[in-house]
Design a protein around this ligand. Structure first.
Ligand code: FES
Length: 663
């Protein structure tokens, strides 16, 4: 720790932090523009200048490390004058006629900085050079006329999303933000995560859907959790007049720390599916709007005789996007109440069943996603995270320039191949042989951190090479990279878990133990799971493969999920089909009764992410009156069936051993 004085106040700060950070910790605010807590200090705008005793000129506090005995002033008259001058230069350089800009009004950091310095005008002639405006992107517009060259967007693209699409072109006053080699944004390598827009302090990057929709002060901000996948990113829903205007990443989000992907930020804003606004019943072969009472009465009458029939009664299937509360109710109603043997989820345990079998024997063995922050080596097996769990992919991609090494194992083409140090394409179905081969190399070369006995290592290596088609040199190189890493992380996904092979998961666990990636703060073994509540579904044992085998009805609680063509074909074979869903689909077309329900943003509930975080998603908007909450519909059916529901989801969640520790 070092001692320093800021504005006459004695403070203590950790060595290595900046003066800006030390001041903030002491409750002293220094104006900034280019600084951002999640980005590397850049020192470009100079607004954060401070006077340091012994220094000839004011100096940017965002790049100045603290040192013992420093005496600093942040609010002298000379500094205020300098800040006004800096802002005047920024305002005059390009077109920043913010008083006329409808995007701003409390939302623009440049304008707010001017208000903070009590500026009413700037004394210099504004520059009227025209700078390019790029409107080729589907979600946002890049207007270089509003840019202050703070490079927050460029840094966010590289440092947070790990994509490095945005960069700077030209020099001096003509400097521009461009994509790739100055190609239109819409044709660039942009992955549409929108992180650049979220960090832009002016209107240089304007969100297409929320621009001109009102100032932030007229909006309500609700913190929630994204239901897009099992990463479980913290989000902020910006709402006005019962409508979501914009989705932002929550900088305090435990998993994502502000970053979101296209699916989390933009997909919900571009929902094209048709909502169902009334209960529907098939009459004369046509789905016809009916009252809730008629629909629920018909369902209860039809299902009542099926209660207690384990195999020839009812089958039930739920979305893994349902909140835990609704999912627990679903399980209690159909598995415990109806005693049906076929109660599962739309994922059918593809991402969890094998892992849970291993957890039954070993207890929790998976680590937290946070280990990716310090990892120096990642072995990614059967998980195209750059596509399926994009924010987890960002965590890998952004660490690569810092020296992290990546081995990607996927028989199919994968986004991660282009970034990997080694890209392995083993023969389909040879994963177990490949993993055992890696283990054998590590044991043979005595690189393991835990004891593992393999009787004939050379035989295992030869068998691995033969089965996988991976050369012995590549196998050896990969195994050595993993064993020699200080903080190795093994990430695996559906390519592994969909094989439902307990032995394969066990082999990966043994490999992780061998290289010290289990029970470690700095290393880890993580399976990426599937949708937002895959883990909860597994805990409720909704993880068997769906099959109709004489059942007389199916209850499908789909919520706002998509249903695969293959599943629709199987469900459509049911003699009687009830679909609880928010959107019209090929499945609802086939239903005998459709019960319209809320979507993710219209209900409060919990989600358990891939590494066991139990997080609460808040309701942000009200659904139409004719639509009911997922759990309310299930509760109503339970009541009509005289099957009381205890609603103790926390207890049920912990009843089964899990591969992840809950927190
Ligand atoms: Fe320090 Fe911009 S905030 S130079």
């Amino acid at each position: 720790m070092v001692q320093l004085t800021i504005n006459g106040k004695q403070i203590e700060a950790a060595e290595g932090i900046t003066v800006l950070a030390a001041a903030k910790q002491a409750g002293i605010e220094i104006p900034t523009l280019c600084a951002h807590k999640e980005l590397t200090p850049f020192g470009g705008c100079r607004l954060c200048i401070v006077e340091v005793q012994g220094f000839r000129v004011p100096i940017a506090s965002c790049t100045l490390p603290v040192s013992n005995g420093m005496v600093i002033n942040t609010e002298t008259e000379a500094l205020k004058k300098s800040r006004k001058f800096i802002l005047s230069m920024l305002f005059s350089e390009r077109n920043h006629f913010c008083p006329f800009c409808q995007v701003s009004g409390g939302d623009c950091d440049l304008q707010n900085a001017a208000y903070h310095e009590e500026m009413t005008h700037w004394p210099m002639q504004p520059g009227w050079n025209g700078y390019p405006v790029d409107s080729s992107h589907p979600y946002f517009i890049l207007d270089n006329n509003r840019c202050i060259l703070c490079r927050r967007c460029v840094r966010a693209c590289g440092e947070l999303a790990g994509n490095f699409t945005l960069t700077m072109a030209e020099r001096g006053a003509a400097t521009l933000v461009v994509a790739d080699t100055n190609v239109p944004l819409g044709e660039s390598t942009c992955i549409k995560c929108g992180t650049c827009v979220q960090v832009c302090p002016t209107g240089a990057l304007i969100d297409r859907t929320s621009a001109y929709q009102g100032h932030d002060e007229s909006m309500t901000e609700i913190k929630s959790v994204c239901a897009g996948c099992s990463v479980g990113c913290g989000i902020k829903l910006i709402v006005r007049n019962n409508r979501i205007v914009r989705i932002e990443g929550d900088w305090d989000g435990a998993v994502n720390r502000g970053v979101l992907c296209e699916h989390g930020r933009y997909d919900p804003m571009n929902e094209a599916r048709q909502r169902i606004n009334s209960p529907l019943m098939k009459k004369d072969g046509k789905l016809t709007p009916v009252s809730w009472d008629e629909a629920l009465g018909a369902v209860a009458d039809r299902l009542k005789p099926l209660a207690g029939k384990e195999h020839d009664g009812l089958a039930a299937i739920a979305s893994t996007r349902l909140p835990v509360e609704a999912m627990a109710m679903f399980k209690e109603l159909f598995a415990d109440g109806f005693k049906s043997a076929m109660v599962t989820s739309v994922e059918e345990g593809m991402t969890t069943a094998a892992i849970n079998q291993v957890a039954e024997k070993n207890g929790a063995f998976e680590g937290k996603l946070d280990v990716l922050r310090n990892a120096d080596m990642v072995l990614c097996i059967g998980a195209n995270v750059a596509k399926s769990h994009m924010v987890a992919g960002f965590m890998i991609k952004r660490a690569l320039p810092k020296g992290m090494r990546l081995v990607n194992v996927d028989p199919e083409e994968s986004e991660l191949d282009q970034f990997a140090d080694v890209s392995l394409k083993p023969a389909m179905g040879s994963d177990l042989a490949l993993i055992e081969g890696m283990q054998a190399v590590i044991v043979k070369e005595e690189l393991g951190r835990t004891p593992l006995t393999i009787p004939d290592v050379d035989k295992v290596i030869a068998a691995s090479v033969k089965a996988s088609g991976v050369s012995v040199e590549t196998l050896t190189k990969t195994a050595r990279m993993l064993a020699n890493a200080v903080s190795p992380v093994i990430l695996f996904g559906k390519g592994i878990t969909a094989q439902r092979d307990e032995k394969l998961v066990e082999a990966i666990l043994n490999l992780a133990k061998l290289v010290g990636a289990v029970d470690s703060e700095r290393a880890g073994l993580i399976s990426v799971k599937g949708e937002a509540n895959s883990v909860a579904a597994a805990q409720f044992r909704l993880d068997q493969q769906f099959a109709l085998n004489g059942q007389q009805a199916v209850y499908a609680a789909i919520g706002d999920d998509y249903v695969s063509k293959r599943l629709v074909e199987r469900l459509a074979k049911a003699p009687y089909l009830v679909v609880q869903a928010a959107y019209e689909s090929t499945l609802t077309e086939k239903a005998d009764v459709v019960l319209p329900v809320t979507i993710w943003s219209e209900q409060t509930g919990h989600y358990v992410n891939m590494d066991g975080r139990v997080q609460k998603a808040e309701k942000a908007v009200d659904a139409a009156e004719s639509i009911r909450e997922n759990s309310a519909v299930l509760a109503e059916i339970a009541m009509r069936m005289n099957m009381p529901i205890k609603q103790d989801w926390q207890k049920v969640l912990h009843e089964r051993k899990s591969s992840v520790a809950f927190n």
